[in-house]
Design a protein around this ligand. Sequence first.
Ligand code: GA4
Length: 329
Amino acid sequence: MVVLANPPAVDQIPLLRSPGPTDTFAAVPVVDLSIPGAARAIVDACERFGFFKVVNHGVDTGTMDRAESEAVEFFAQAQPVKDRAGPAYPSGGYGSKRIGLNGDMGWLEYLLLAVHNASISDSCAVPSNAAFRAALNEYIAAVRKVAVRVLEAMAEGLGIAPVDALSAMVTEQGSDQVFRVNHYPPCPALQGLGCSATGFGEHTDPQLISVLRSNGTSGLQIALRDDGAQWMSVPSDRNAFFVNVGDSLQVLTNGRFKSVKHRVVTNSLKSRVSFIYFAGPPLAQRIAPLPELLREGEESLYKEFTWGEYKKAAYKTRLGDNRLAQFEK
Ligand code: GA4
């Protein structure tokens, strides 16, 4: 367990009802990336939930474990040491409690890092510890390959050619990738009260897809599409990846895939550590429905925009806002 030297005050953080056993989302779609049926299963899961779990992904557990133990060590340092790795904005680094630029708060601390090609951008001086940086770079290279395979399988399942129609947006020079290491410290003050601190408030991710891996502590919840505001807890699995459809992929598929609303509820006793790789396109990339996916006479549901324009607009919003609304026709 990671104990913070200087725990932030919980009274600044919105509270949520603590998840109970009946909130568990036992039917999380599981995609076996090593079998030919993966493409069909991914498309099905993206249409139904905008969310799925990936197993048999080929990433060495040592790569995941090394990154995790280095991250645990980083967050176990004294607060002034961590603060020296901040701020998170504008160019990446350590942040605590404040999310984005418009007043959102969560019971977490994190590293927000820019990624160039397959590793932490040289322009990002954090983390400065060589072993931590190397472990994160090894992890980023591996998770990026998973993202590429998932995007290739999506193209295959959707019947779009070439196979890299989607993945090229992420591998191209200038693609806008972000990596996040989140640490949700336990919140014992709320134990037994039936409520929990918001770790990361409800939101959708703006990018194409996000690929998440966490330690064994649960906390991630997704809003089931058909049931509106019904929040379901995703059982943690430290050996799997979880993939979210982001707003940009929703637009590229003209709403066929839905960007999934999700959030994190903190645990009263255990630390949660998660790694999320956000696969975004180059800033100049036009985000519009792929012509192959439009049926005869079907029109785009969205106004034209580039990823750069969408990202800029996203940073003016609050976490829980419907960011796509202003781009709907
Ligand atoms: C959500 C997905 C990623 O974590 C992130 C977040 C970003 C941030 O934390 O700085 C944002 C959020 C995310 C969407 C709306 C804006 C921007 C906080 C916020 C209020 C790094 C991203 O790309 O968008």
